[in-house]
Ligand binder design. Sequence first.
Ligand code: CTP
Ligand code: CA
Length: 226
Amino acid sequence: VISFFQPKLLAGKRLLITAGPTFEPIDPVRGITNRSSGKMGFAIARAAAEAGAQVTLVAGPVHLNTPRGVQRIDVQTAQQMHDAVLPRAAAHELFIATAAVADWRPAELSEHKIKKNGSKLAPTFELTENPDILAAVARLPAGQRPFCVGFAAESQDLVKHAREKLVRKNVELVVGNLGPATFGRDDNTLVLVDAQGQRELATADKLSLARELVREIAARLGTKTH
Ligand code: CTP
Ligand code: CA
């Protein structure tokens, strides 16, 4: 109801957004994952759709309903998320990476369940690094590269780490949040870090924050031509 009266700040814009965790299987019954409810990403997808954007949401395993009007692609692993995002990125003006992507995956996937078999020795797993989806999108050549927004969930030194990621991944904006207190909760506190400086968004429910974030991003997009 409220959104009906809001200006369509992202009218004509296409948003590609990742959300949720990824799940990296070890064997048919186990895997490695990250803590992420996907709530913030889904709230942003909803707020962007309300603001008139055409939204493609690439989601890891989460238990959330797809926001109205949003096209959703479900994936499980970081590699699948990467393969869903990269070919689509150039067709979008805006990319927002909210997913808590597993940084590593087991180097080998066991076809069958690994059994204890009375062994005293616990198994060890070799890990291999997953592709950095956000950094890969940000490396696309001009003309194919959307405006890029990253998230940084940190347990300490939030602004320092957020700024380091802004530079390392070469993105326009990094949104920081301090965890794990807020993970899975319905409210959150965010800090926006970009080349101009930093700005804190007061603690609020995730949908209110998402709407404020959409306003902040729309203002930045408006001053850039892609
Ligand atoms: N990200 C991504 N692909 C990855 C890892 C991270 O797209 N393989 C994105 C996240 O969605 C987020 C941003 O990069 O928008 C920062 O993620 P984060 O995990 O905080 O950064 P890392 O570079 O993985 O550094 P670290 O986990 O060591 O803090
Ligand atoms: Ca990481």
